[in-house]
Design a protein around this ligand. Structure first.
Ligand code: AP5
Length: 220
């Protein structure tokens, strides 16, 4: 079992980088935000419980998050290589993940921290659009689909704005990141696994940097 983590504020580009890693490696993508949105869409009890927290930009309780992460890891088994995106987000989640990995004789191999200035984040999130059918992520100016309103990947014609991508909720999510998640930067720095990447550059540049990092660490 191997584990790579993508860390960074909302809108730092974690999901966009994860898409590239997923396409080019055999890592199993575990994006807790996507899993929660799927649970809401399917009207599963866990999704209904998580919805109110997500709508106001707060974190979903650790117990619910660990439930979905543990379920997914149990499905994929001990030989999988995991790419965690948006998880862990609290010290409690980080310690519980360490425990799970330790039970499999391993630990976090690499944490990629994407660093993006606040003004850029707000511009990115207010302009983000997501394909309702396949989940592909676009930006109305930075990364538009080839044909306006049509998903490049699946040709779906419903590119929607996430309900938590309003300016007021984005501000709240950034506050929550500073209060509850940013301390993980020092936690992983002290373990010697943190790599800092400048996220405010074109997507292709970040992909090149990530590729070089995975090669350097023999993680792909
Ligand atoms: P989640 O879905 O994880 O949202 P987030 O962390 O807020 O991150 P985002 O998805 O908003 O941004 P991203 O960094 O993936 O950026 P993206 O690549 O899309 O979580 C949502 C909610 O679920 C949370 O608020 C919480 O309630 C709950 N939750 C989830 N996990 C949890 C956990 N572990 N514990 C507790 N609660 C949890 O890019 C953003 C935009 O920028 C896009 O439009 C994209 O096209 C554009 N873009 C990306 N890269 C570039 C680039 N290089 N240049 C220009 N534009 C770019």
């Amino acid at each position: 079992m191997k584990a790579i983590l993508l860390l960074g504020a909302p809108g730092a580009g974690k999901g966009t980088v994860a898409e590239w890693i997923k396409k080019n490696t055999s890592y199993e993508h575990i994006a807790t935000g996507d899993m929660l949105r799927e649970a809401i869409q399917a009207k599963r009890p866990l999704g209904l419980e998580a919805k109110a927290f997500m709508e106001k930009g707060a974190l979903v309780p650790d117990s619910l998050i660990m439930q979905i992460v543990n379920e997914r890891m149990a499905e994929r088994g001990p030989d999988a290589q995991y790419l965690f995106d948006g998880f862990p987000r609290t010290m409690e989640q980080a310690k519980l993940l360490d425990q799970v990995l330790k039970e499999h004789g391993t630990s976090v191999s690499l944490v990629i921290l994407l660093d993006v200035p606040r003004a850029v984040i707000i511009e990115r999130l207010t302009g983000r659009r997501v394909c309702r059918k396949c989940g592909a992520v676009y930006h109305i100016k930075n990364i538009p689909p080839r044909v306006a309103g049509i998903c490049d990947a699946c040709k779906g014609n419903d590119l929607y704005q996430r309900p938590d991508d309003t300016e007021a909720t984005i501000v709240k999510r950034l506050e929550v990141y500073e209060a509850q998640t940013a301390s993980l930067i020092d936690y992983y720095k002290n373990k010697g696994v943190l790599k800092h990447l400048k996220g405010d550059v074109p997507r292709e540049k970040i992909q090149e940097a990530v590729q070089a990092l995975l090669k350097e660490k023999a993680l792909c």
